[in-house]
Design a protein around this ligand. Structure first.
Ligand code: IPE
Ligand code: IPE
Ligand code: MG
Ligand code: MG
Ligand code: MG
Length: 295
């Protein structure tokens, strides 16, 4: 299968759902809703919802049936980007090819738009409780996503990322940062899709292993691209990590070793999918895309 048209088709479905599920620009208070939409509807890869849809397919489910829940993941991811770019965090001026939310709307509104996107995601996820005959999988995924976004997940990773700036940290702490700030939400996205589509405990366990591998690999790629690509290609400021003396894979190991680790994680991800049939081919291709992408 060719993954490029697959990703493009899914992205279109996601973009059109995102457009509908957040309040319109005119809704009161308009500046808040403009800020939320500015960050959310900008050019993003939509990888987390795409992984949820592909995981639903891998266990034999209908991805269209979980599109709304998959889109809730993009609201959480976008909130994390708005806050990540704030002056108190990475202090970045460009995101998704545009000025960052705080540079356009001010810091206060950027913080609050992030808060609102995170909260709105749970409104969307819990809203699905009314429309399904069996609420149990929805309850499970709400817990799963909340944990992945919390202090034992994404936030924990972000805190240690900031605490580690300018320090020599060991490989275990570096892996903690990357697998938490980025890996947890990616793994939870895959499990969201598979859980809502009725995956078996054995399938979920294998998909968790796949998620841990591609989640870490995704952040290693992000680190490498920060060194090798331009601001123009990335749509965010290149060289930002070195400037802030961030703990990254290229900084600790060098680019070649970082690439070697990506390939090892790719092999782990494929091995986890071994018992799955061709319905998991999109997940297989996405694992490759994650280590080969250039933006
Ligand atoms: C960037 O995420 C932040 C990380 C967690 C590495 P993406 O590379 O998925 O950014 P978008 O959503 O495509 O803008
Ligand atoms: C961000 O990691 C992780 C989250 C937003 C949770 P980075 O700080 O490396 O992401 P970029 O490079 O700014 O997109
Ligand atoms: Mg950061
Ligand atoms: Mg950053
Ligand atoms: Mg980065």
């Amino acid at each position: 299968m060719d993954i490029v048209p697959y990703l493009e088709k899914k992205k279109q479905a996601i973009d059109s759902m995102l457009e509908q599920i957040v309040p319109g620009e005119a809704e009161f208070p308009p500046r808040l809703h403009q800020a939320m939409r500015y960050a959310l509807l900008a050019r993003g890869k939509r990888l987390r919802p795409i992984l949820a849809l592909a995981a639903a397919e891998a266990v034999g489910g209908d991805p269209a049936a979980i599109l709304k829940e998959a889109c809730a993941l993009e609201l959480i991811h976008t909130y994390s980007l708005i806050h990540d770019d704030l002056p108190a965090m990475d202090n970045d001026a460009v995101r998704r090819g545009m000025p960052t939310t705080h540079t356009v709307f001010g810091e206060a509104l950027a913080i609050l738009a992030g808060d609102a996107l995170l909260t709105e995601a749970f409104v969307i996820l819990s809203g699905c409780l009314n429309s399904c005959s069996n609420p149990q999988p929805t309850i499970e995924i709400i817990k799963l996503i909340a944990e992945a976004a919390g202090s034992r997940g994404l936030i924990g990773g972000q805190v240690v990322d900031l605490e580690s700036e300018g320090k020599d940290i060991d490989e275990h702490l570096l892996e903690y940062i990357h697998s938490h700030k980025t890996g947890c939400l990616i793994t939870a996205s895959i499990l969201l899709g598979a859980t809502l589509a009725g995956g078996s405990p054995e399938q979920l366990s294998r998909l968790r292993d796949y998620g841990s591998a591609v989640g870490l690999a995704f952040q290693i790629t992000d680190d490498i691209l920060d060194v090798t690509e331009s601001t123009q290609t990335l749509g965010k400021t290149a060289g930002s990590d070195q400037k802030k003396k961030k703990a990254t894979y290229p900084a600790l190991y060098g680019i070649e070793e970082a690439r070697r680790r990506q390939h090892a994680l790719y092999a782990t991800a494929l091995a986890a999918l071994q018992p799955f049939d061709e319905k998991a081919d999109a997940l297989r291709q996405i694992a490759r895309y994650i280590i080969e992408r250039t933006a």
